[in-house]
Design a protein around this ligand. Structure first.
Ligand code: MG
Ligand code: ZN
Length: 407
């Protein structure tokens, strides 16, 4: 067993505890394993092998008219499998014909936060933890949502956290620090987004500058709705929907708000002649991980998968929609421990923070085959841009010669 270098004393103690537990287990139950030396876990790159070069992305038989990117914040493979277990052995995620893995390191940290992770997906650039749609120098980078707008497509964001929180913010805002949620809210009005639904109403109407952004949204043609029944019945073609002053509730108190909001966004965007880009975030899988609460995490995972189901139904009928499901990082070092069955999960967590685990990527629709393999999180942006056929044009900003495979 090899684990990578961790920093704090607490983490080191925790790791030894985990190793000790595994060690005892191994000693008691399975004495056939070789005795591995776990004292050596410094990787100084004095001894390693180089890898084979492969050519760039293949030509696509067909470009995608629409892209729907679903991000399960903090969703690693064990989170997926826990959801699958709790849902009696099935998930919509199992219907995806292509899958791969992404590497989530940020420009500043071995382990990313959701801001740098979101910005990698939205712009194809690695940046520092905390950055919202800006590069390491703090310069704004055009996002996939903004590119979709330039292409004349409709755009939408849906989240079960505040819509100004790091993940959705990374697709629409450009701010040096994720905590600047009032500034992030103001950035929404600089765009032409058609529909956004999430929490965070207070960053629009209870601001320190006393400006009521909800009034400004209405002046820009949005119908503002602030409860789930109103969101569900809204027939407007520009919607600003709020499911909370701060965040959406957790499940089940939220009442499938993520699924209903996703359905509404699809209704609005399916009318767009030139197609659309939609990002949907299952935000609170991450919070279940931070809380080391397996039941919380599983309930969030299951609602996220229900939203995925609505998206797949749409994409199946439409035939021109690329659907991608992934995460920004794993949270909790979540494991499903020995003794678990299809009826009971015995969970374990190695941390209450994010981890560096490889993150699964699932894809369906035109361009889905691009998402096989292991690649940087930034490559997901380049694959989306490629699937849209936009990288044939010269004005892809933020590319700076990084190439289609990211950087
Ligand atoms: Mg998030
Ligand atoms: Zn987190």
């Amino acid at each position: 067993m090899k684990l990578n270098t961790l920093n704090t004393k607490k983490q080191r103690v925790l790791r030894w505890m985990v190793l000790l537990t595994f060690g005892l287990h191994t000693a008691v139950y399975s004495q056939n394993y070789p005795n591995t030396d776990t004292k050596t876990n410094q990787y100084q790159n004095t001894s390693f092998h180089t890898v084979v070069e492969i050519p760039e992305m293949p030509k696509l038989p067909k470009t995608a008219k629409n892209i729907i990117l679903l991000i399960g914040d903090g969703m690693g493979s064990a989170q997926v499998y826990a959801g699958l277990t709790a849902n009696k052995g099935q998930l919509n995620l199992m219907q995806f014909p292509y899958s791969g893995y992404s590497i989530t390191t940020s420009a500043s940290n071995y382990i990313t936060d959701s801001a740098a992770g979101g910005t990698a997906l939205s712009t194809g650039k690695k940046t520092y933890n905390g950055a919202i749609g800006v590069d390491t120098a703090g310069t704004p980078i055009k996002t996939i949502l903004e590119i979709a707008e330039e292409m004349g497509k409709g755009t939408g964001l849906v989240s079960s956290s505040s819509i100004t929180h790091a993940t959705p913010a990374s697709f629409i805002a450009h701010q040096p620090e994720r905590g600047m949620q009032e500034e992030i809210a103001a950035d929404f009005l600089k765009t032409d987004i058609d529909v956004f639904i999430g929490g965070g109403k207070k960053y629009f109407d209870q601001r320190t500058d006393s400006v009521n952004l909800l009034k400004e949204l209405e002046q820009q043609g949005y119908t503002v709705v602030d409860n789930l029944p109103a969101i569900e019945s809204c027939k407007a073609d520009k919607i600003a929907g709020f499911i909370g002053t701060e965040h959406g509730d957790k499940m089940p108190e939220r009442g499938n708000a993520l699924t209903i909001s996703t359905q509404k966004a699809l209704e609005v965007l399916s009318n767009k002649m030139n197609g659309f880009f939609l990002m949907v975030e299952g935000s609170q899988i991450d919070w279940g991980g931070h809380a080391n609460n397996s039941d919380y995490l599983v309930a969030e995972m299951i609602e996220f998968d229900e939203a995925i189901g609505r998206v797949l139904e749409f994409a199946k009928k439409d035939g021109e929609t690329l659907v991608i499901v992934t995460a920004d990082h794993e949270t909790g070092g979540y494991a499903i421990n020995p003794g678990s069955t299809m009826d009971t999960i015995i969970p374990a967590f190695t941390t209450d923070k994010h981890t560096a685990a490889l993150i699964p990527v699932f894809a369906y629709g035109p361009g889905a085959e691009l998402f096989r393999g292991i690649y940087e999180n930034t490559a997901i942006y380049w694959k989306m841009v490629h699937a849209l056929g936009f990288d044939k044009k010269e004005e892809v900003s933020g590319g700076s010669g990084a190439g289609e495979n990211g950087e």
